[in-house]
Write a protein that binds this ligand. Sequence first.
Ligand code: SF4
Length: 214
Amino acid sequence: MQLDICEIFYSLQGESTFTGLPCVFIRLSGCNLNCSWCDTHYAREESRVMTFDQIFKKLKSYPCHLVEITGGEPLLQDNTPALISMLIKKGYQVLVETNGSKSINNLPPECIKIMDIKCPSSNESDSFLSENILFLSQQDEVKFVIGSKEDYIFAKSIIENDLGFIPQKNIHLSPVFGCISPETIANWILGDHLPARLSLQQHKIIWNPEKRGV
Ligand code: SF4
């Protein structure tokens, strides 16, 4: 089996409750959306075919058992669930970051889904497959990237109406980097007692925000 891979790299996880932990990222090629603030356009253009054996060999070169499958949109490729299952069998802890537009119902229950529900300023807020909420468990995480007050109100409505079963610590509001201040979103969360957390893209704070492979 094989997959179209954009890049595999070792860095610190920066956008979830796993933030700060060393992690190997497998970035799959291709995306079905075109978010206005996308910071990984290259994932739609750069691609090389790797067999599962080649992927496992690359993973073995890193002293790390936390793996994130990301993109682009990793669930566009039919072989992604099989890779996740095999990684779990090999003893890896697997995070899967998805844009929420493709069904997650065939992912192994052991992987942790990080679902990025797109808000209006992304221009892709119609993309969310709402039935995916049914396939989330309490260990999974939900992220809203916030670029405006309209985005915040959109996220707040979903959090309050549909995500009551997800622990507060697993619901992230993340500012569009360089577009809205973290303080603004912090004040909205505090003012509304919203059961969510403020998440900053740690890798963009540590390294140059344009730097790849971190
Ligand atoms: S889903 Fe992710 S990779 Fe795809 S366009 Fe949006 S931000 Fe970019």
